[in-house]
Design a protein. Structure first.
Length: 470
């Protein structure tokens, strides 16, 4: 099927749009169209928007939004393009692409960073680390700040400094009716509450303001790799150690397959392994005492844990997750990590259909749990662990085996789950109500009724406004 601009959009109408924005307007007739359509997740690359508007600022966003609404075009908003469920692209609609808006400005006196709505975490770390500062960002540096923060934001400094959304101090937002509003603790405070975990439901964020903290530039961090037969002992040790660990440390166990990296002995490449990953964001000298004991779980097959620049840790995993990889995640919050679940996870790990099928068990707690439940839209905070089944593949034929495996991994944890999940780790749409829980969901619906009563922004884990349901 060939894709053209919807017939209602005549050349004169398009010319009007081109004259009202400073950024590029890309249609199927333009040379750069194929590239403009691409999102990070190759599984969602087959979509053909009617047009992509690359916005350079809030004025462009307002013009693009107004144009889409007047012409009845569905809107997909794109930050870093990492959505697992494919929310940042659309067939025959408009992509409002914020990637040109990636500027970062650091105010060292205020310990704040102003970050453009299309920045990725690598942009933020690059500027903030110049001053030995950071805010909680992603495990991969190409993930967008916007979608990541608006959904919650799990990263290596979360147990010390909170989730990304906990560090969101203020934001500039273009609302569904085309107004540019500021949200902070003192202005439109309920909107700020919703932006801290409620996703892109309430408007297009053109500028974020984050609290910064001293981090690095050197931290004690990295990975210990073990054979898969150490996975049980590793998970048990991790479970028993995690609740008493200091907030400086954030750690994760990953049951995976050894990638062909030079740091891993060649005879292990392609074999099932278990890995312990951690960052100690406090003093480098104390790091070995906090996480070094994991070397005793079993003899590591590779040891990449030690003093390293924080920015190196923030980019360490990037080569394994390149743009264009097909990806699907499914997750659940865990109330406990008991021996029976550990056994089932170890079995399902061995049954993985491909080398990029990973079982992540995140250590939660610390500052994440100390923020009061209900203080932000990030709905659940007391779970000690979070389980994420992560898959990546290249060949389309492999898609269903990978998705099925991830779903089975999460289903096997049903009896230990709290029943809730982290929205950013869900590869299927329509998961908002169960993820947020009834009380938070109801408050989010009230906010949605106020800011987006006709559900203009529905390509997200959608909070359905009351009007759209009647
Ligand atoms: C390889 C990989 C690694 C990841 N690692 C982590 C991790 O370490 N921790 C973690 O918590 N999550 C992680 N995630 C999940 C990630 O948080 C989500 O995929 C997130 O939505 C990505 O944000 P984005 O801006 O890149 O996505 P996009 O696809 O651009 O957007 C995602 C959603 O946010 C909306 N949106 C985007 N920009 C804006 C904006 N400016 N204003 C309003 N709404 C907007 C979109 O409409 C869409 O609904 C990872 C994902 C991938 C693919």
């Amino acid at each position: 099927m060939s894709h053209t601009i919807a017939p209602v959009l005549g050349e004169a109408t398009m010319q009007e749009l081109r004259e009202s924005v400073r950024g590029e307007v890309v249609t199927p007739a333009d040379d750069g169209y194929a590239e403009a359509c691409r999102v990070w997740n190759g599984a969602h690359d087959s979509h053909h928007p009617a047009l992509v508007v690359r916005c350079t600022g809030a004025a462009d966003v307002i013009s693009a939004l107004g144009f889409a609404r007047s012409n009845g075009l569905t809107i997909a908003v794109r930050g870093g393009g990492h959505s697992i469920a494919g929310f940042s692209t659309v067939d025959d609609g408009m992509v409002i692409d914020l990637s040109p808006m990636s500027g970062v400005r650091v105010d060292t006196a205020a310990m704040r960073a102003s970050v453009g709505g299309g920045a990725v975490w690598g942009d933020v770390d690059h500027e903030t680390q110049l001053h030995g500062l950071a805010t909680t960002g992603g495990l991969i540096s190409t993930t967008g700040v916007a979608g990541f923060t608006l959904g919650g934001g799990i990263g290596w400094t979360m147990r010390k400094y909170g989730l990304a959304c906990d560090n969101l101090a203020a934001a500039d937002v273009v609302t569904a009716d085309g107004r540019l509003v500021h949200a902070s603790e003192t202005e439109n405070a309920e909107l700020l509450w919703g932006l801290r975990g409620g996703g892109g439901n309430f408007g297009i964020v053109t500028q974020f303001e984050f609290d910064l903290h001293p981090v690095g530039p050197m931290v004690y961090a990295g990975v210990l790799f073990y054979p898969a037969d150490a996975a049980r002992d590793l998970l048990r040790t991790f479970r028993d150690w995690a609740p008493g660990a200091p907030d400086d440390v954030t750690a994760l166990v990953n049951l995976t397959t050894a990638p062909p990296l030079p740091v891993i002995p060649e005879e292990w490449h392609g074999k099932k392994i278990a890995a312990f990953l951690a960052v100690s964001a406090g003093s480098v000298d104390e790091g070995a005492g906090l996480v070094g004991s994991f070397r005793e779980v079993a003899a590591p097959i590779a040891d990449v844990l030690g003093p390293m620049p924080y920015q190196m840790m923030q980019t360490l995993l990037d080569p394994l997750w390149p743009k264009g990889l097909h990806a699907y995640f499914k997750a659940t919050n865990l109330a406990r990590l008991d021996d029976a679940l550990i056994e089932r996870l170890c079995q399902i790990h061995l049954a993985a259909p491909g080398p990029q099928c990973e079982i992540h068990v995140h250590q939660m707690g610390g500052m994440v749990a100390r923020v009061e439940e209900g203080a932000t839209a990030f709905a659940e905070r007391s779970m000690p662990f979070l389980l994420n089944a992560v898959t990546g593949w290249h060949d389309e034929q492999a898609a269903s085996a990978h998705r099925d495996w991830a779903r089975a991994a999460i289903a096997t944890a049903a009896d230990a789950s709290t029943g809730r999940a982290y929205v950013n780790y869900l590869g299927d749409p329509d998961a908002a109500r169960t993820s947020y829980g009834e009380a938070t969901y109801a408050r989010l619906v009230s906010l949605k009724n106020q800011y987006d009563p006709t559900n203009v922004f529905h390509l997200n884990q959608n909070i359905e406004p009351t009007a759209a349901r009647s």
